[in-house]
Design a protein around this ligand. Structure first.
Ligand code: ADP
Ligand code: MG
Length: 476
């Protein structure tokens, strides 16, 4: 039996306004090749200047994982040729990264496992090669060149695809909590390289790894790792060797394919970038960033347990995404709403529609104020929860306001006790046989009476009040 060993390198694009060494914009989706300036392209005679915002964001990340922040770190040139790298080198950090050490806890089968982080360094992104635009040619878009990244390198400590995906999800959630990245995986703001090897029980030395480059979805990471574990097991079982190489994951065929043999660090001829000064970070800066750190996922989870008494499952869902946790808290704030039923509403109704329409919280068509209004109408029994679901559907799909729908369509629940009493009296009068049967023990008939009242009120009767009235009047 072979035990998988997995280490991840995660590339996170930082949410700065401008590039890491120039003032060109980092906006996604601009016209091709309009957002890379002479510095990003490494034209002769230009000088890069470090963007302080990127440094602050890297420090935030380091503090959040309990890492050491280096007071002096340096930038190095990593030399290689590729069409999307016109400079011929990428500015990165090699010997002294800005962030070293730290860790992230993941929960796997109800157990906490700590994954250690080796380092996180600042670097610039390269441009993008586009292979599907023209039939027989590749295109290059350099807009991405110089976009700031942190690369987060884990220790080889994960043992399954499931652990690796959970670790990736936790880091993804964390960078969004810290507001240092939009985490948009489709746009490439958050992508990872997965390193996988196998070892036998009792082995001391790690096996030879394959590195799968640039995977940009949680599902693909899971599939790629599982595929690779299977592929390497078969090789090793047959007495063959795993070759150290860089591979590519093809989501269409769900397989990995060899790209090139793996380069070693010394192939890159790293050397300190002579155009950039060492980055000096004052402890005062670190202290002031510490003071401004937002509430992080673990702290929020604990607060939700204490403050709202929700279960682990609900809390896990609500706090995985910072914006969703805020949507929940904003809906609830300063109301008589019950936290558990509000959480249920968001987890079942809101997330179901969000999933269907593939929208993230920032783009929900229903604001937390409107959801609050709707739920308060349920709370004070103006509408039933069944009606609320239908109304919510319309709010979501047609951007209608809850109060408009309720007023315009006369959806108000009938909660008037006198009115309901009269209706019940009539029904009892007209169904005396059923009343007798009920009173002689056929309790199932209760539902029949409720149904009659509902029919009479065209479904608008308040079920709770109807139940109470019926129970009273049907008693012998
Ligand atoms: P690079 O891939 O740039 O050469 P490293 O050698 O530092 O860089 O390794 C990168 C990643 O590969 C790290 O996340 C590390 O944990 C992981 N790794 C290293 N050796 C192995 C191995 N034998 N099996 C699985 N993962 C490994
Ligand atoms: Mg690597």
């Amino acid at each position: 039996m072979w035990n998988p060993v997995i280490g991840l390198e995660i590339h996170v694009q930082l949410k700065t306004n401008s590039k890491i060494f120039s003032s060109a914009s980092t906006d996604f989706g601009a016209k091709q090749n309009t957002q890379a300036c002479a510095i990003d392209l490494g034209m002769p005679g230009v000088l890069p200047v470090l963007n302080e915002e990127a440094v602050v964001m890297a420090i935030k990340f380091g503090l959040a994982i309990g890492a050491d922040i280096s007071n002096n770190s340096i930038f190095a040139r990593k030399n290689y040729f590729y069409p999307d790298l016109p400079k011929g080198y990428q500015i990165s950090q090699y010997e002294i990264p800005i962030v070293s050490g730290g860790s992230i806890d993941i929960v796997i089968d109800d157990k906490i496992k700590t994954i250690n982080i080796t380092r996180a360094h600042l670097e610039e992104d390269a441009g993008k090669s586009i292979h599907d635009l023209y039939p027989n040619e590749s295109a290059i878009d350099l807009n991405r060149a110089g976009t700031p990244l942190i690369e987060i390198v884990s220790e080889p400590e994960m043992q399954s695809a499931k652990e690796a995906v959970q670790y990736l999800k936790n880091i993804h959630s964390l960078v969004r909590y810290l507001n240092i990245s939009d985490g948009n995986m489709q746009e490439g703001s958050f992508r990872c390289d997965a390193n996988i090897s196998l070892m036998k029980n009792g082995d001391k030395k790690l096996g030879t790894r394959a590195e799968i480059k640039n995977i940009n979805s949680f599902k693909f990471v899971e599939n790629a790792i599982n595929y690779e574990i299977e592929r390497q097991s078969i090789l090793l079982d047959e007495g063959d060797k795993v070759i150290q190489e860089t591979r590519l994951y093809d989501p269409v065929k769900n397989e990995t394919r060899s790209m090139r043999s793996k380069e070693e660090a010394n192939d890159y001829r790293y050397f300190p970038d002579p155009d950039l000064l060492p980055v000096e970070i004052d402890n005062n800066l670190i202290t002031s960033i510490k003071k401004e750190m937002p509430e992080l996922p673990n702290a929020k989870k604990e607060r939700f347990i204490k403050q709202y008494k929700l279960n682990e499952y609900d809390i896990g869902i609500l706090t995985a995404d910072r914006e969703l946790s805020e949507y929940f808290e904003n809906t609830l704030s300063q109301t008589k709403l019950n936290p558990k039923s509000t959480a249920n509403w968001i987890i079942t109704e809101v997330l179901a529609l969000a999933k269907k329409s593939n929208l993230s919280v920032q783009n929900y068509p229903v604001s937390h104020e409107d959801l609050k209004t709707l739920l308060l109408n349920v709370h004070d029994e103006t509408i039933s929860s069944k009606q609320a679901k239908e109304i919510f559907d319309r709010m979501w799909n047609n951007s209608e306001k809850p109060t408009d729908i309720i007023n315009n369509e006369g959806l108000k629940q009938i909660s008037d006790v006198d009115e309901l009493n009269k209706i019940v009296d009539n029904i009892i009068k007209n169904n005396y046989k059923s009343v007798e049967e009920y009173q002689s023990g056929k309790e199932k008939l209760f539902g029949f009476f409720v149904g009659q009242v509902m029919k009479e009120t065209k479904g608008m009767g308040n079920p709770k009040i109807i139940n109470e009235i019926l129970k009273g009047k049907l008693k012998k």
